[in-house]
Structures are given as structure tokens and as C-alpha cells.
Design a binder for this molecule. Structure first.
Ligand code: TRP
Ligand code: ZN
Length: 850
């Protein structure tokens, strides 16, 4: 028999905490397998509470003893926590527990990574460290004493004393327990300084394992740029005398914004030109900014409860995307973000895991750190800004920071600052937070006597547990072009609020060509009957870079869909259009590289499903291959020209200009390699002095079936570098033929360098499998089997990462009956595993449905 289904918790059940925390004193006596944690916490009754039960969360703790106001107590201890009788007045609670960091493979709470102690407390990991009200609306001032023999021992806030065998830290800013952090180990630092605009001198450090100190310089520059940017754009200054970043190799996600002590997955902070790609550099810069920006949007103003996660994540993603747009190219950033949104968030929103940006219930909160909460959450902020305008946005943010500093807030608090500043009623806008699903925005048009009218209708399909959807307010940015390509109407924002609504433009001499949803002004699926001629026209003439790119994307998608459905030949209109864009030297090379990109296999499967067809992953893959081959043949000469023209001769810099040139040259190399069997790629592989060039060349060689020597050489060169070896694992799987994808993943999982306990290596291997649709969805079912085998093995070690990776199966209902049966069998097998974690149980159950 299975255990009873884990119980969901509901937003509507929120009640304020019974007791509030003032001061927290923690002492850690570190030892890998028996760390003592001694706590002394000042509590007082919450005047706003509805009850007086004293409950502290605590999981997997060995209870040693507890006292209230110095008198020993015998609390009632359950697997979830501790209950005790307490006075109806302020009191001091003390406890001593023992924990085993060395046995902690879940990487939540206090654990060991490569001999170093580190913590991860968001969302509910602090309860694995000691007994505490582990909820974000309880904020306390922490003082931490660490006793141990590690050379470096860090916690939040400012260092107060360091001595032989101990260190003491004090964080003056009240914070929820999820922002607590401790790190201890043999670490070296890359130090720097920053002076805030009001004159505070801040010591900056990036702490790494000995040997990695040469990989911090770029991250440090990114940190300083982020600090300056937040002062200039949001008026936000840093608020402690020290800011520490630590790199750890074993980490479940990207990075964590603990107050004054950010902890990073080493893949998201360490870099050198030789070992990191341009894409890695851009991502590192964005994640450093993201975690830094959390200091205000997340830490100074935090979430009342975990249902409000998008309050900090949506806003912080929005802020980091603004930062990247300012540091690099705004159009390129926007296009990349939309590619990512469609690939991950639309996929989620249109499947069994769909949930609102602010969910109303959850079983395991770790399963809600999703593309919907993060990326769609950020889109909502972009829409809000577009609706109220830049000036009102800035005013509303100032009011938000002023009014809510030091508080744990809700989406209602957030929206009300906008309502106050603008006088607008945002009740309809709030539906974006409460209703899941991607709206379909249909549009038709007509032209009569100089008046051009756009007729819109919106509809959102039902999502799990939300049958009924209501019309939302949708900002639709529109521009109009004349037949000669001139813009006859500059971008304006139409505010759609009804299910059906029309907007007219008068005084036009002739029927214009509309450019709709410019800059992707709302996260919707735009449906419009149009022609390839019109798409090609917009690709050539649209002044909005996003819609220019989008027109090319649509041309490619339509052509591919015809190839898949009717066995059509590659579309000549697409080939002509793309040739024109590629050779247009007035366009940013990075933009041209994006325009040469093709919709992914998964995006095509999603489109076909949307159109009522059953996608066949094998046929989609073949169509893409056929188009790539035809394109290479068609523009080989141009590709050679582009390759030559966009070689970078200056010393490597990871900036947007150089990265754009390399992206375009490498897109050209991919085409050339389809014609020359990899000859040019082999040369580039030999001569590359940076990872971008080396990896691109190796991947072209793998693609051309000529990668064996390079695969060996790459391993020999980089076997000591964990992050590069992750690339070695994943690229072999990504470029295996669909027949071999699953076998390659299974084989690499037996390689001596495979390590199930390291999430980066596990994802490099099995993330690559699940993101290679033709191989993953192999008709034999072997892709599904291999993934399920390994998820079942990982679950007892690391439930959080296992659960996240179950989303590989979330699209199963799109596929044919045989594949559905095969996937269902694997989902059942996962769910039948004895002792399956709550995390994975929730994910597999939601994906399978009932
Ligand atoms: N708050 C982190 C961020 O987005 C993400 C996060 C949540 C996280 N839970 C985590 C990171 C667990 C690592 C491990 O910035
Ligand atoms: Zn975040």
C-alpha cells in the first residue's frame, strides 16, 4: 500500500504566527557527522495572532535538550517539529540538537560539499538545522557563533570577532530563517571594494576552493556593476559593510540570496575565457545581479508566505533582465527571454503542471520554483510597467520600498502601491496572478475608407483545477507599416480589457501592414491568419526588433510544419528571407545569429499539438535536419563569407559585441560543417583559445559524425575541470543520433566521472537526455526507461532535484497512444517506488493526472 497522499496547504488558510522572534543566537560546533546546534531565541506573543499554540518546525534533528527561561522542558516532539507550553509573555527558548551534515545528500539544511560546510535554507531548509518557526513572516536578528577548525567560517551580516577555532557574526537586519547561511572550509578569496553613493565602504569577497581563485574576476566585475546599477536605476544601496559570495560545487539550483552571504552553484560564478562560453559569462553576470538585487526585492522586503514567491522572484527576474538589457543589447535580451519563456513557461502553462503565478495551494513548495513563478512573474511586471508608464512605475517602486521596508508582504501590497500612485483599479490585472494558462489572442483586421481596424478576441484554455477563465487586461503594442516599408503608425499600446475588442486607426492612405505585439508586450499566443509574403515583409521592414525576429521565426515554423505534416520541401520563401537578413551588415551580428536560429523540436511539437495534430518527435527531427541541410546548401557561399568576416582578432572579451560576432560566425560554421564534413570545424577546434570557439567547433564535429578524436582530446585537456567536464557529458548526449541518445546517457552514467550526488553532473547527463526530444521520445521507450531508472535512484538522495527533473514527462499527453502508454508505465513505476519522496510524489502525480 502507498502512504496516504501528502496533504496540500492552501493560501486561504494563512494565519499570522502565534509568536514573533526578536533575537536569535546560534552556536554551531562543527563536525562532519555530529554537528551541535545550540539556539537561544527571544520570543514574544504576536498581538495579531489568532491562537496561542507554540510550534517550532524541526525535521531530522536529534533532540538533546530544551529550556524555557532557563528551565528545562520536555516538549512534545513529532517528525515535523516541537510543541511546548509557554508563558503568555516574552520568553527565551533554548535548545540543543545534533545534526549530520556529512549524511545530508538532499543539499538542504547544513551539508558538506567537497569537504566544506554549507547551507541552503530556502524554502524550508532551516528546520533541518534547528527548531524554529520556519516561515518567512517571522523575522529575527541573528547572531551566530561558529566553532570549528576550518580556516574560513562565514555567516550573514558583519564579522564581529574571529579567533582561533571560532568566528562570530551579527546581522543587524531582521530576516526570515530562509535567508540564514553558514559556510566553513578551506577557502580562498578574491577581494575587492565598493563605495556606495552615500559613502559606505563595502568589502566584497568571492570565496572559492583553492585552485579556483583565478576564476573570480569576471564575477566580481559583475557584482560591482550590479551595485552601481541598482543605485542608479532603482535608488537602492547596499546596507552592510561586507558582501560575501561563496562558490560550491554541489548545489540544487543556480544561487541563493542569503543576506550578505550569497551562495552560488560554482557553475554560476566561476569563469575563465578558456573554460566558459559567452553564454556562460552572460548567465553569470545575470545571476550575480539577480542575487544581489534580492537584497532589496526579497530580503529587505520579503514574502509573507510562500504563495507570494513571485513577489520577490518575478520582480527580481524583471530587474535582472533590465540590467542585462542595459549592459548588453536590449533587443537581443528580449528575443532570448521570449525564446526561453516559450520553451519553458508556455510548455508548463499548457500541460498538467500549469499553475497560477501566485498558486493557491501546494504540497511541496520546492516544486513551485518554476518558469511560471519566475519568468511569467517577470512578464507581469513588464506588462504593469507598460500599462502605467515608466514614470508611474518608478514612483510606485519608490513607494513600495518606502512603505514596506522590513516587512513580509503579499501581491496585494505590491498592487496597491501601483493603485495608489496611478489611481487605477488593478482588480482585472490581478487575474494574471490568479489564473493559470496562456491566453490565445486572435486577431483579424479590415480596412474601409482610410480606417484600419484590428479585431481582437482573447480566450484562455482550462488548466488543472481551473476550468473557468476570465478576460484579462492585455497591453498590445502595435505599429503600422505602409506598403513601401515606412512606419505610418509608431508603436502605441492598445489596452484590451474585454473578451472581444476592436481598435481603429483613421486617416490612412492605404491598407497598412500591422506589426502586433511588439516587443512581446504580453505573454500570450498570438493567432493571426497571414501570408508568407507578409511575414517576409515584416522581417525586412519592421522597425521593432522583436517583431522583425518573430516574422522570421514564424516563416521558419510554418515551413517546418508543412515539412512535418505534408512532407513539403524546404520553403524557398524562408531561404530567400534568411539569406537577406544574414547578409545585412547593418544588423547587429547577435541579432542575425538569433534570426538564423530555428524553432526547437519541442517548440514545433507544441505548435503541432496546438493545431490539433499528434507530433512525431522523429519526424520533427528529420524535418529540422532536412531544413538545416537545405539551408547549408543554399547559402554555403554566404556562410563562408560570414564566417570570415566575423572572426574576432582582438583578445577574448566576454562582451556583447564579441559574443555576437562569435555567435554569428559559429552559426555559419554549423552550416559549413554540413557541407565540408567538419574540415573547417576541425581547424577551429585546434586553434581555439576560448571555450566558446572550442565548444562550437566540437559540437559541429559531433554533428558531422566526425567528433571522436575531438571528444577524446577534449576530455584529456579538461578532465581536471568539473564544470568543463559537465559540458563533455551533455554535449555527447545532445549530439548523439536519436537512436543512440538514451544509450549514450546510460553509458556515460557508468563513466568514472559520473557522480549521482552532484546535481550539475546529473543534470548534464539526464537533463541532456530529456532535452533531446527525438532521442528521449524514441519509439522503443528506452529514453523514458533510462530517465525513470535514474530518477528512482536519485530520489532517496536528492528529492528536490529528482522532482524538478520529472518535468521531462510533462508533455506526455501530446504524443501518440503508444508513447503515452510507455510514459505512463514509467510514471507509475516511479510512483510505486517504496518510500518515494513527497517532492517527487507530488510532481509525478500531477503529471500523470488521475
Ligand atoms: N531564491 C533563489 C533565487 O532565485 C532560488 C532558490 C530557491 C534556491 N530554493 C533554492 C537556490 C534552493 C538553491 C537551492 O535566487
Ligand atoms: Zn531569485
Amino acid at each position: 500500500m502507498k502512504d496516504a497522499a501528502p496533504q496540500p496547504i492552501y493560501l486561504s488558510d494563512y494565519t499570522p504566527p502565534a509568536y514573533l522572534v526578536d533575537q536569535v543566537h546560534l552556536t554551531f560546533r562543527l563536525s562532519p557527522d555530529r554537528t551541535r546546534v545550540i539556539s537561544k531565541i527571544g520570543f514574544r506573543p504576536n498581538p495579531d495572532a489568532q491562537g496561542r499554540e507554540f510550534f517550532l518546525h524541526g525535521e531530522g534533528l536529534e533532540f538533546i535538550g530544551a529550556m524555557i527561561d532557563g528551565i528545562e522542558i520536555s516538549p512534545d516532539i513529532t517528525p515535523e517539529g516541537l510543541r511546548a507550553e509557554v508563558p503568555d509573555a516574552p520568553f527565551t527558548f533554548e535548545a540543543e540538537v545534533e545534526i549530520n551534515p556529512a549524511a545530508n545528500t538532499a543539499l538542504e539544511g547544513l551539508y558538506m560539499s567537497g569537504g566544506m560546510y554549507c547551507t541552503q535554507c530556502e524554502a524550508e531548509g532551516f528546520r533541518k538545522i534547528t527548531y524554529y518557526p520556519d516561515r518567512p513572516d517571522v523575522m529575527g536578528v541573528f547572531t551566530v557563533r561558529i566553532e570549528g577548525d576550518a580556516p574560513v567560517m562565514l555567516s550573514n551580516g558583519d564579522a564581529i570577532t574571529q579567533g582561533a577555532g571560532f568566528a562570530e557574526w551579527h546581522d543587524p537586519w531582521p530576516k526570515p530563517a530562509y535567508l540564514f547561511a553558514l559556510v566553513a572550509g578551506d577557502l580562498v578569496n578574491h577581494p575587492d571594494r565598493f563605495t556606495t553613493r552615500s559613502g559606505r565602504e563595502v568589502a566584497l569577497n568571492i570565496w572559492v576552493r583553492p585552485g579556483d581563485e583565478g576564476k573570480c574576476a569576471f564575477g566580481m566585475e559583475a557584482l560591482k556593476k550590479s551595485m552601481t546599477w541598482d543605485e542608479e536605476v532603482y535608488g537602492r544601496e547596499y546596507d552592510l559593510d561586507i558582501f560575501n559570495i561563496v562558490a560550491v560545487d554541489d548545489f540544487n539550483m543556480g544561487a541563493m540570496e542569503n543576506k550578505g552571504l550569497n551562495i552560488f552553484n560554482s557553475s554560476c560564478v566561476l569563469s575563465t575565457p578558456e573554460t566558459s562560453t559567452d553564454a556562460n559569462f552572460e548567465r553569470i553576470e545575470a545571476i550575480i545581479a539577480h542575487e544581489y538585487f534580492h537584497n532589496w526585492t526579497g530580503n529587505r522586503i520579503t514574502c509573507r508566505d510562500w504563495f507570494q514567491l513571485c513577489l520577490k522572484e518575478g520582480l527580481t527576474v524583471y530587474r535582472d533582465s533590465q540590467f542585462t538589457s542595459d549592459m548588453r543589447s536590449a533587443p537581443v535580451k528580449r528575443i532570448s527571454d521570449v525564446i526561453d519563456l516559450r520553451a519553458r513557461q508556455f510548455r508548463e502553462d499548457n500541460g498538467p503542471l500549469a499553475h497560477p503565478v501566485r498558486p493557491a495551494s501546494f504540497v511541496e513548495i520546492n516544486n513551485f520554483y518554476t518558469a511560471t513563478v519566475y519568468e511569467k512573474g517577470a512578464e507581469l511586471i513588464g506588462m504593469l510597467k507598460r500599462l502605467v508608464g515608466d514614470a508611474a512605475y518608478a514612483q510606485a517602486l519608490d513607494l513600495y520600498f518606502e512603505r514596506h521596508d522590513g516587512e513580509a508582504c503579499t501581491i496585494e501590497d505590491w498592487l496597491s502601491v501601483f493603485e495608489e500612485v496611478t489611481g487605477r483599479d488593478l482588480a482585472q490585472f490581478k487575474r494574471w496572478y490568479e489564473e493559470a494558462g496562456t491566453p490565445r489572442l486572435k486577431v483579424t483586421d479590415d480596412f474601409r475608407e482610410g480606417t484600419y481596424t484590428l479585431h481582437f478576441s482573447q480566450e484562455t484554455p482550462p488548466t488543472p483545477e481551473q476550468e473557468e477563465k476570465h478576460p484579462r487586461v492585455i497591453p498590445i503594442a502595435v505599429g503600422l507599416l505602409g506598403a513601401n516599408g515606412d512606419e505610418v503608425q509608431k508603436t502605441c499600446v492598445l489596452e484590451m480589457t474585454q473578451a472581444k475588442q476592436s481598435f481603429s486607426f483613421d486617416g490612412l492612405a492605404s491598407r497598412p501592414i500591422p506589426s502586433i505585439l511588439r516587443d512581446f508586450s504580453a505573454p500570450v499566443i498570438l493567432e493571426r491568419e497571414t501570408s508568407n509574403a507578409e511575414r517576409a515583409f515584416l522581417l525586412a521592414h519592421d522597425t521593432d526588433p522583436f517583431n522583425k525576429w518573430e516574422a522570421g521565426r514564424a516563416l521558419a515554423r510554418e515551413g517546418l510544419i508543412a515539412m512535418v505534416r505534408e512532407g513539403a520541401a524546404p520553403d524557398a520563401a524562408y531561404l530567400d528571407a534568411i539569406r537577406m537578413v544574414a547578409r545585412d551588415e547593418t544588423l547587429d551580428p547577435a541579432f542575425r545569429a538569433l534570426a538564423l536560429g530555428l524553432p526547437s523540436e519541442d517548440e514545433l511539437a507544441q505548435s503541432l499539438h496546438e493545431m490539433g495534430h499528434t507530433p512525431d518527435p522523429q519526424i520533427i527531427w528529420q524535418a529540422l535536419e532536412a531544413l538545416r541541410n537545405a539551408r547549408a546548401e543554399n547559402i554555403e557561399g554566404l556562410a563562408r563569407d560570414l564566417y570570415a568576416r566575423h572572426q574576432v582578432s582582438a583578445p577574448y572579451r566576454p562582451d556583447a559585441d564579441q559574443a555576437g560576432a562569435r555567435a554569428l560566425a559559429n552559426a555559419a560554421l554549423a552550416m559549413i560543417s554540413r557541407m565540408d564534413g567538419g574540415a573547417l570545424a576541425a581547424k577551429q577546434f585546434e586553434s581555439a583559445d576560448n571555450m566558446t570557439q572550442q565548444l562550437a567547433a566540437w559540437s559541429c564535429l559531433l554533428q558531422a559524425g566526425a567528433g571522436e578524436a575531438a571528444t577524446r582530446a577534449f576530455y584529456d585537456q579538461w578532465q581536471e575541470d568539473r564544470l568543463v567536464i559537465d559540458k563533455w557529458f551533455s554535449l555527447q548526449i545532445v549530439h548523439a543520433s536519436p537512436e543512440d541518445t538514451a544509450d549514450t546517457a546510460a553509458r556515460l552514467a557508468t563513466h568514472p566521472d559520473f557522480n549521482i550526488a552532484n546535481p550539475n553532473r546529473f543534470r548534464a547527463t539526464f537533463g541532456a537526455l530529456s532535452m533531446s526530444p527525438a532521442g528521449f521520445h524514441h519509439a522503443s521507450g528506452k529514453g523514458y526507461r533510462v530517465l525513470a531508472d535514474w530518477l528512482i535512484r536519485l530520489d532517496p538522495l536528492n528529492p528536490q532535484t529528482t522532482a524538478r527533473m520529472c518535468s521531462a514527462f510533462e508533455t506526455w499527453r501530446r504524443y501518440d497512444q503508444q508513447r503515452q502508454t510507455l510514459i505512463r508505465t514509467e510514471l507509475d513505476r516511479i510512483l510505486d517506488t517504496p518510500g518515494l519522496s513527497r517532492d517527487t510524489t507530488e510532481m509525478a502525480t500531477r503529471i500523470r493526472g488521475v
